[in-house]
Design a protein around this ligand. Structure first.
Ligand SMILES: NC(=O)c1ccc[n+]([C@@H]2O[C@H](COP(=O)([O-])OP(=O)(O)OC[C@H]3O[C@@H](n4cnc5c(N)ncnc54)[C@H](OP(=O)(O)O)[C@@H]3O)[C@@H](O)[C@H]2O)c1
Length: 390
């Protein structure tokens, strides 16, 4: 069990540089020389704990839906001692790995959460169910001084709109309310900043992970890649926004979870906000093509003029194309993200190509009989197809 692993003694930029320098030095010592000049960060208990075959105690807040469930599986696979906390309302679509410990409760009941967690000891917390400032403030109150790492799962919806791409990981947070997801991004942005400040002001070892457009097997967002598979299998046309050239930035669920594992108890990540995703982007056009290739259907694409696309985004009950959400971004903006800092600090690399990831997702789609059991109202699409094709 670790208590307040490290405290920043320098300003934010030099702190990060010092950590990275120390890690690099440790990673590549001069041939035949002892590593000297103080205790390298890689000798820190956090890193010892995560050396091969070692296990740490991890609490995952959430853990039974999609993102959290993938983290549970990845961390359990690497031998960590995983506990999950949730209400027991959302049951995982697969059996949880063996030896997962469960704590039950509603995190909105703060007194009960305090009582449940006050005597529990964890090395790290991965928080997949925090959306409000009150959620993260309580986690800081409960775990301050007695935890090695707190990872807050967040979203690019927390980014302010940007005119520069790829959007840097330290791009400011949004304060703009958006029609579709109300203040999701604003609240996440406020939580992120609070946690970064908690590290620099009080040494609370928090990190923020933003996940662009997560997709893959067991995706609960049924309007996403599964809908395109279903649509093409039905022989329906694919409505493409504009000329199809808008880019999105995908994050494949098993790779997302590897990213969490790579961050875990890594002091270089404390006080940092990261975005991680694939190194590939795809256009709307190529999304339909790749999904078409994996399901074995040549997509019948209908390119919607800009005014029709705008109307579709305003009136459909679901986004016609799965996008990385950035606050108040119009449909024609290619929201792609820099992941360089995350890759540098953690050594993470994309493990699947986009095409292979879509093929794996289709295997799940077939196994889980999603197509047979899809209940989707295509009437909005039919109206647009009729208007455009007559
Ligand atoms: N999916 C994406 O594309 C995407 C993209 C960006 C960021 N994210 C972030 O990923 C995180 C969540 O992903 P997910 O839903 O897939 O995670 P998950 O951890 O797999 O599922 C959500 C968990 O939260 C629990 N939960 C919900 N309300 C609760 C409450 N009041 N008290 C206690 N537990 C509660 C649910 O269980 P019970 O219902 O049983 O309580 C469930 O286990 C969020 O932080 C989200 O912002 C997701």
């Amino acid at each position: 069990m670790y208590h307040s692993l490290v405290r920043p003694t320098q300003d934010r930029d030099s702190w990060t540089t010092a950590v990275i320098d120390a890690r690099n030095e440790y990673a590549a010592p001069a041939p035949g020389k002892r590593r000297g000049g103080g205790r390298p960060l890689s000798d820190h208990p956090a890193n010892e704990a995560l050396s091969e075959g070692m296990s740490v105690k991890i609490l995952i807040m959430g853990g039974t839906r999609f993102v959290g469930l993938a983290c549970v599986e990845e961390l359990a696979k690497f031998g960590h001692d995983v506990t999950i906390f949730n209400r027991g309302v959302t049951e995982a679509p697969v059996a949880l790995p063996r030896n997962i410990r469960r704590l039950y409760g509603d995190r909105n009941d703060h007194d009960a959460l305090r009582a449940t967690l006050k005597d529990e000891k964890f090395d790290a917390v991965v928080d997949c169910s925090a959306y409000l400032m009150a959620d993260v403030e309580l986690m800081v109150e409960i775990f301050k001084g007695r935890i090695g790492h707190y990872i807050f799962m967040s979203s690019p919806a927390a980014f302010a709109p940007s005119t520069a791409f790829p959007i840097p990981e330290d791009h400011p947070g949004t304060t703009i309310e958006t029609p579709r997801n109300k203040n999701y991004g604003i609240l996440k942005a406020a939580c992120e900043q609070y946690l970064v400040d908690q590290f620099y002001d009080n040494g609370f070892p928090a990190s923020v992970g933003k996940l662009p457009m997560v997709f893959g097997p067991r995706n609960t967002g049924r309007h996403r890649e599964a809908l395109m598979m279903h649509r093409l299998l039905l022989g329906r046309p694919a409505l493409i926004p504009g000329d199809g050239s808008t880019f999105s930035h995908p994050n494949y669920i098993p790779d997302m979870a590897i990213g969490v594992r790579k961050m875990l108890l890594n002091p270089a990540t404390f006080g940092q906000k990261y975005t991680w995703a694939m190194e590939e982007y795809y256009s709307d056009d190529s999304f339909a093509d790749v999904i078409g290739a994996v399901v074995g259907v040549t997509p019948d694409k209908i390119y919607m003029p800009a005014d029709v696309t705008t109307e579709v985004y305003q009136t459909f009950p679901y986004p016609i194309m799965h996008r990385s959400q950035v606050a108040a971004s119009p449909w024609y903006k290619s929201n792609v993200f820099s992941t360089t800092k995350f890759f540098d600090h953690t050594g993470f690399r994309q493990e699947h190509t986009f095409e292979a990831a879509c093929a794996d997702t289709y295997e799940w789609f077939q196994r889980a009989k999603i197509h047979e059991n899809y209940n989707w109202d295509f009437s909005h699409e039919d109206a647009i197809i009729k208007r455009l094709r007559g």
